[in-house]
Design a protein. Structure first.
Length: 637
């Protein structure tokens, strides 16, 4: 999801820890020679459906009432090492925003899919937006169960959330957007068991396993439909049109949007049909531009991470408070861009961001409640990477630059910020959006600059190839990076993702021994007692003497770090220069260094400072005493 706060600010532990990070020399870390991965290599796809669930979803839209009637035919595959007697499904619509009418999914019946059509018991929990289907037999690991859920759904009317019916017919602006509109299977994992989190107003509540879908949609005739998957069949039948969409490969969920008024542009690149859908009012902005941005992003991310395997990618206009929202093979972009300053800038940025989610959220999945920073952080990073490749500036789409926000966050907000945390751990909404959408991508960029661009990009590609169609953890990303880097990266991942506070460096000792011509330097981190892990990073060290700059080098600071430096001349001052590279806590984005002066003028014309003070104090005392005597004389008069 692309979150935007009113000021247009871009918003959004599964491994063992070691006790200490390693110490390093003063030399820059260099990675090993690494084998290159084929940029055109396809991930290994499962084409027979043997290890995935399979869902056949049929829905019909009534545009007059903004309702859907549907049937979800479930062929559920148990890929977990436990027996199940019941299965949970999310029914999110009732948790979404609305104006005049709330959304809801009503369960009509649940029946077995065999010839008996036997009814299955089910429970609904509206407050948690979940339902549980009770199975009539135990579902063992690696086994399947089939049943059908008959349901109806009412779209939130006028709301600006992920699902809604919004706009009007008189100005050709009405859209029916359907996401989270059907009972969606929950995920079972070893951390939480069944993940039955309710719909969340902060972050993304979405966490799904991959599954094959056959997606059938019936709408009133004359509507244009954009949906997850390739259009296999379109049949006009009286007053209705029937569509059949097939994503071909597994996806985590499906979505569709329908409008009588959509314009669309379409092109094919590398076998992928890319289509943009937008309202007439936005033609001036979207026509040609939107599809070009989507194609540029698709081509770059194909080359960088791995091939996009699906036959279609849709970019669809929506009504929303967010900048955009990601779904498999289809992403949504806010129509309010029409009224923004620099709308082309934002259109490109949001399209690139949401397109990036096809790799990080869909193809490589993650628990967006507990580790939402993983996909959002990577996608915000790759949006900036797109800016670097196309405009020569990694900060091109950052407003304000991530580093300025991160280094002053504690100063202005007074809040800690641990990245590797659940959305429930955030102090407030802005705290979550900051860690997931600003701090996390900056840390990924710091990783790239620490281990090198080639190693970083090769590690991302390996991570993708290892976790495509699966659920990933931060530890999986670390292991992929370590495989390419050639050694442990605990020293980086633990402090930067699990500490609450940035380092705040201080000169603990800074003295010059003139006899030995040695500068004794000790630097400590004032935040170290507040954190669990010691930071390790390189910082630029500058030493000045009476002639000017005497030393300029990058030194590793690993917790409290001591150095002895040979200097023939006595230094005047020592500076740690942070520039645009070093992550530390600052009071202001303009104060990008700390320094210590060693040579202060403590004598004037051969006199010690104590003698000078005495010379100054004697006249001052005399003047004060004379003034006091005069005042007493006046008072007597």
């Amino acid at each position: 999801m692309y979150c935007i706060i009113i000021s247009f600010y871009l918003c959004f532990n599964g491994f063992l820890y070691i006790d200490q990070v390693p110490k390093f020399s003063n030399e820059t870390i260099a990675g090993p020679n690494n084998p290159k991965l084929d940029a055109n290599e396809n991930p290994k796809l499962s084409l027979n459906g043997g290890e995935y669930s399979h869902y056949n979803l049929s829905v019909q839209l009534d545009d007059l009432t903004s309702t859907l009637t549907g049937v979800l035919k479930v062929d559920f595959y148990n890929n977990d090492p436990v027996n199940f007697t019941k299965l949970p499904f999310h029914i999110y619509l009732s948790g979404m925003a609305f104006i005049s009418r709330s959304g809801i999914i009503d369960i009509i019946s649940v029946n077995k899919s065999d010839i008996s059509k036997k009814s299955l018991a089910y429970d609904e929990y509206p407050a948690n937006q979940t339902m549980w289907v009770h199975l009539d037999t135990i579902l063992e690991p690696l086994q399947r169960v089939q049943f059908e859920i008959n349901f109806s759904a009412t779209l939130p009317d006028g709301g600006m959330d992920r699902s809604n019916s919004h706009g009007d017919d008189f100005d050709h602006s009405r859209i029916y957007k359907c996401a989270g509109f059907y009972p969606t299977p929950c995920v079972y994992d070893s951390y939480d068991g069944w993940n039955t989190d309710p719909y969340l107003w902060v972050g993304d509540p979405f966490y799904y396993d991959m599954a094959y879908y056959d997606f059938y949609i019936t709408v009133p005739k004359g509507m244009v439909v954009a949906a997850t998957g390739e259009l296999v069949q379109k049949i006009d039948d009286g007053d209705f049109t029937h569509y059949y969409f097939d994503p071909i490969h597994p996806v985590r969920e499906v979505t569709f949007s329908a409008s009588k008024y959509f314009y669309y542009d379409s092109d094919t690149v590398n076998g992928v049909n890319v289509t943009t859908y937008y309202l007439p009012k936005s033609q001036f902005l979207w026509e040609n531009n939107a599809i070009n941005y989507a194609i540029q992003a698709l081509e770059l991310f194909n080359e960088t991470f791995g091939e996009y395997p699906y036959p279609t990618l849709n970019i669809v206009q929506e009504y929303t408070h967010h900048g955009g929202m990601e779904y498999p093979c289809q992403v949504y972009i806010t129509e309010s861009l029409d009224e923004w300053d620099y709308p082309l800038f934002w259109l490109e940025s949001i399209i690139v961001h949401e397109t990036g989610h096809q790799w990080w959220y869909n193809l490589v999945g993650n628990d967006e409640v507990d580790w939402g920073f993983l996909d959002e952080g990577l996608v915000c990073w790759l949006t900036s990477y797109y800016g670097e490749i196309n405009y020569g500036n990694w900060e091109f789409f950052q407003y304000p630059p991530y580093i300025d926000k991160v280094r002053t966050y504690y100063t202005f907000e007074g809040l800690s910020s641990k990245i590797n945390a659940s959305v429930y751990d955030a102090v407030n909404a802005s705290n979550y959006y900051y860690t997931a959408y600003t701090k996390a991508p900056l840390i990924f960029e710091k990783l790239r600059r620490s281990i090198g661009n080639t190693i970083f990009l090769t590690g991302l590609r390996l991570f993708y190839s290892q976790k495509v169609y699966k659920i990933a953890l931060l530890s999986d990303l670390q292991q992929a990076m370590e495989s390419v880097y050639g050694s442990s990266l605990d020293w980086f991942f633990f402090p930067w993702f699990d500490n609450f506070y940035l380092p705040k460096y201080n000169f603990l000792e800074c003295s010059y021994d003139g006899n030995q011509q040695i500068l004794n330097l000790t630097i400590n981190d004032l935040s170290e007692p507040l954190n669990d892990y010691i930071y390790s990073q390189q910082v630029q060290l500058l030493i000045y003497d009476s002639s000017g700059l005497a030393l300029d080098e990058w030194m590793w600071i690993n917790g409290t770090t001591a150095r002895t430096i040979s200097l023939s001349n006595k230094p005047k001052k020592v500076r740690l220069e942070y520039g645009d590279e070093v992550l530390v806590q600052l009071y202001s984005e303009y104060e990008t260094y700390i320094e210590k002066e060693l040579e202060k003028p403590d004598k004037i014309s051969g006199y010690g400072i104590s003698i000078l003070l005495l010379f100054c104090l004697v006249p001052l005392i005399y003047i004060i005493s004379k003034f006091s005597i005069n005042q007493k004389k006046k008072s007597k008069i």
